[in-house]
Design a binder for this molecule. Sequence first.
Ligand code: HPA
Ligand code: ZN
Length: 351
Amino acid sequence: MSRTPPPVPAEHLPALLAALPKAELHIHIEGSLEPEMSFALARRNGITLPYADVESLRRAYAFGSLQAFLDLYYQGAGVLLKEEDFYDLARAYLARAATENVVRAEIFFDPQTHTARGVALDTVMRGLTRACDDARRDLGISSALILCFLRHLSEREAFETLEAALPWRDAFIGVGLDSSELGHPPEKFARVFARCRELGLHIVAHAGEEGPPAYIWGALDVLRAERIDHGVQAVHDAALMQRLAQERIPLTVCPLSNQKLQVFPDLARHSLPRLLAGGLCATVNSDDPAYFGGYVNANFQAVFAATGLDSAAAYQLAANSFEASFADAALKQQWLDKLQAAFERAHDAGS
Ligand code: HPA
Ligand code: ZN
């Protein structure tokens, strides 16, 4: 049941955004690898990084495009070798997310980035699933894994990855499509995703980040994506906007990622207010927080400050994140109740 949230004055908005219970639905676990952890894992695994220290690695995080980011991101993942490394990575993300009032995280992982380096899929899965289980028990945070295929690789390699992951079928809830978008349209993976649908997996796909609205149409019509990751280019296609709104297809928007990769000339021109005004089920997420300058709350704070979104938008975005999640209905209702309570507290504090 949706209730009208009590208004919260603008000066209380930053505190409200931090306190909002929320679901994070677009987070690449490899993108939560902080420079400090890169150095710690490199030391533990006897690897020498091509950077003198944490500061020089962080300074290298200046990207003009998705591809420039991806080159560093794949290189960065080279320190992840053992089950414990994947555990520590996911555990650190979940601990951080819990402090930001994330009650549910649906976490992407890129098996091909690891198997290509000789790391067994079992190693990846054991570390990630154990971190999710422990965080549920110790921190009360609900989480699930989504296996992503790298779209710059071939259909055959995606099929091989799917096949290798079948023994772990119950450890992930869905599949996604990420990596270099331009030149790799959704159609390239039509048959892989058809097989994933037969397996009962949820389907999501990155589309309309740097790529055109046609890639969003392709993700919907060919892959049958239930959610679109990014999707911010939809504003250039009125018919698409209408369809996304009518079918309540969620978009997992990542403002600081878009800013860092120069998807928009500046954050004030971000399409999020237009997506919300068009009635779309947009959500706010961090994408690759270690690389893009902030976790989910920093994304909320930055995009609200830059675009002037108000407390009604905050409520809508948090409610959208629960609607868009693949969690069961009872959990979603509990989170909506929490959201209402957070608003009432913020309203009372401001009145
Ligand atoms: N887009 C595509 N691939 C990715 C991203 C992204 O934002 N982050 C990690 N892999
Ligand atoms: Zn992404």
